[in-house]
Ligand binder design. Structure first.
Ligand SMILES: [Fe+2]
Ligand SMILES: [Fe+2]
Length: 232
């Protein structure tokens, strides 16, 4: 064993026996692998929903311009759910408290339903996911890690504020989605209900209120995201 360790490449020191005798490091490697798996699932469209889609109807709006509008709005919502996966994944990676990590993972499971529902609806509408999704995933993951490193209560505050902003955004989409797009409307309504519960859970777990400038920066980033993914 000693011989094998000394023969290990110099630039891969952690491949020696140190890795197996160091639970925190192997735990981190496991967590990073889980995070990478979550990223691939979110970005490849391989995420599957645990709950059935909120509407059994799958018809697209009758007018072509309404179909186009629904496709664009649901693409924006899909990217929002890609960001939610990234955010929760980043936060769970560095969460200190096990009960908070568990709550993040439960909420992330519901976000996975949203992601799969939006993806399915985009396909039904003949639209496509945004080409910018990998970029937004990376940014949201970094935000999740950063808020998590600031401490669990700040992380929960970031989560609660995100969910509040998403809830208001979804209310806006319910006003814009064509009346005869019952399937998209049912998805957005269920998402809005779930996001409100995620925000309330974050507050119940001790979320701190974010400073005004941070909330404003989050709104600005969300405007850039929704404005760009509406088109591409
Ligand atoms: Fe969601
Ligand atoms: Fe949510």
């Amino acid at each position: 064993m000693k011989g094998a360790a000394s023969a290990a490449p110099f630039f891969f020191p952690t491949r020696s026996g140190r890795m197996s005798s160091s639970p925190p490091l192997s735990g981190l490697v496991d967590s990073l692998l889980v995070a990478a798996d979550e990223a691939l699932r979110a970005l490849s469209g391989a995420a599957t929903a645990a709950r059935p889609a909120p509407s059994v109807a799958d018809a697209a709006p009758s007018r072509p311009q309404d179909r186009e509008l629904s496709g664009r709005l649901m693409r924006v919502n899909h990217t929002g759910e890609v960001c939610a996966q990234a955010l929760y994944s980043g936060q769970a990676l560095v969460a200190r408290d096990a009960s908070i990590r568990r709550a993040l993972q439960l909420a992330a499971a519901e976000e996975r339903d949203h992601l799969a529902w939006c993806r399915g609806r985009i396909d039904q509408l003949g639209s496509h996911a945004s080409v910018l999704d990998p970029l937004w995933y990376a940014g949201s993951f970094a935000s999740g890690v950063a808020s998590g490193l600031a401490g669990d209560r700040w992380s929960l505050g970031f989560l609660a504020e995100t969910e509040d902003q998403v809830e208001r955004h979804l209310e806006g989409h319910l006003e814009r989605l064509p009346e005869d797009d019952t399937a998209s409307r049912a998805i957005v309504r269920q998402m809005r209900e779930d996001e409100a519960r995620h925000g309330a859970t974050g507050r119940a777990l001790g979320a701190r209120e974010l400073p005004g400038p941070v909330k404003a920066a989050m709104r600005a980033a969300a405007r850039v995201m929704t404005g760009t993914t509406y088109w591409i």
